[in-house]
Design a protein around this ligand. Structure first.
Ligand code: 1CP
Length: 354
């Protein structure tokens, strides 16, 4: 077992005692950091940055040099899987992701290959191996994937969407076709995450960013069912240590019990959820990650500290909480503010762990 100097993130996910509440930030590597923008410019474009293991490692480590974070997250994107399936991913300047080919017909679904993670996605595994080496056991490395539903929204719509018109037409007109697609994507995600774990990821997270666009029954059927399948298919122990799995559905506050019942180790919460209520509901089964509104990082240092104190008080005593934002950090937050946030969590949480 590789020794970790700081393992409080892994311990909190497994609800083992810690000295203070661990913290990382969703999208902690990104455009709010001037050094990220410089490295991205050096790479040329976003996908070139992802494909270059040394530069992907560099941007993964950048936020850790500035802030006292308890985990690193692989620098990559959820859309690497559809890209590896041959859909042709591109990111125009200042635009969202776009695919050359969308998946709208039965033949398109049937012809989709399941990518071999050590072939078409080997650049991701190389980034994982490089980052693990360069982290030198300081903090654990988180691997990740999108959920089958969230990935499929991009694949069917051909890019970002607000109304999800095409995929919802497919869902209500040809549900079996959508199930076929989701199942294929779920199989791809299982292979991809297990390869990340074998390459060195010490925990994994599944981002279901668009699950909140679904109606209740459809969430269970078209999103959660496939995340459950992934949880069942994952390697849960590696290098002598448990590999915790976190599920995050943005807008999933009404489905916390169902999420906790998948057998995952932790549930990520957006900022609409009250942490005390969530703890009461599912805190005996899983750890909780979250959940400050990312926009609070626009506020004054005093306000940020107050908000951190309130969220810590909501969770109360004991382990099982990983502090985070309720969604990704915004591009235009002042770079000093994440330090106020991270330090406040560490300082103010100590009494809750005595
Ligand atoms: O211009 C740039 O530099 C690209 C911006 C960017 C970044 C920094 C994109 C394009 N992806 C990423 C990295 C990324 N994406 C990470 C690793 C960085 C880190 O966390 O430190 C992760 C975990 C993701 C995950 C991701 N990509 C999600 C799920 C998490 C979430 O925020 O909800 C989603 C939905 C995507 C798709 C995507 N990739 C990029 C953009 C701008 C988007 C969103 C598009 C949309 O709104 O539909």
């Amino acid at each position: 077992m590789t020794i970790l100097k700081n393992d409080r993130y892994l311990k909190a996910l497994l609800r083992e005692p810690v000295d203070m509440t661990p913290v990382w930030m969703m999208r902690q590597a990104g455009r709010y950091l001037p050094e990220y923008k410089a490295t991205r410019a050096e790479a040329g474009d976003f996908m070139s940055l992802c494909r270059n293991a040394d530069l992907a490692c560099e941007v993964t480590l950048q936020p850790l040099r500035r802030y006292d974070l308890d985990a690193a997250i692989l620098f990559s994107d959820i859309l690497t899987i559809p890209d590896a399936m041959g859909l042709g991913l591109s990111f125009g300047p200042g635009e969202g992701p776009k695919f050359t080919h969308s998946v709208e017909t039965k033949s398109a679904v049937e012809n989709l290959p399941i990518p071999d993670p050590e072939q078409e996605l080997q650049y991701v595994m190389n980034a994982v191996r490089t980052i693990r080496r360069e982290l030198k056991g300081e903090v654990p490395l988180i691997g990740f994937s999108g959920s089958p539903w969230t990935l499929s929204t991009y694949m069917v719509e051909g890019g970002s969407s607000k109304a999800f018109t095409k995929i919802k037409k497919m869902m209500y007109r040809e549900p079996q076709l959508l199930h076929q697609l989701l199942d294929k994507v779920a199989d791809s995600v299982i292979l991809y995450l297990n390869a990340q774990i074998k390459a060195g990821a010490q925990a994994v997270m599944i981002f279901d960013t668009w699950g909140g666009a679904l109606a209740h029954r459809e969430y269970l059927d078209f999103s959660l069912q496939y995340m459950h399948k992934i949880v069942d298919g994952l390697i849960r122990e590696n290098d002598g240590r448990k590999v915790p799995v976190t599920l995050f559905t943005k807008g999933g506050g009404l489905w916390l019990e169902a999420m906790a019942n998948t057998g995952c180790d932790a549930v990520g919460l957006d900022w609409t959820v009250n942490l005390a209520q969530a703890k009461q509901l599912i805190g005996h089964k899983v750890a909780l990650q979250g959940n400050m509104d990312p926009s609070v990082l626009y506020a004054s240092p005093e306000y940020i500290q107050q908000e951190v104190k309130s969220i810590l008080a909501d969770f109360g005593h004991g382990t099982g909480h990983v502090f985070n934002l309720g969604h990704g950090i915004h591009q235009d937050v002042p770079v000093e503010n994440p330090r106020v946030f991270v330090d406040a969590i560490h300082n103010f949480s100590k009494p809750y762990h005595k």
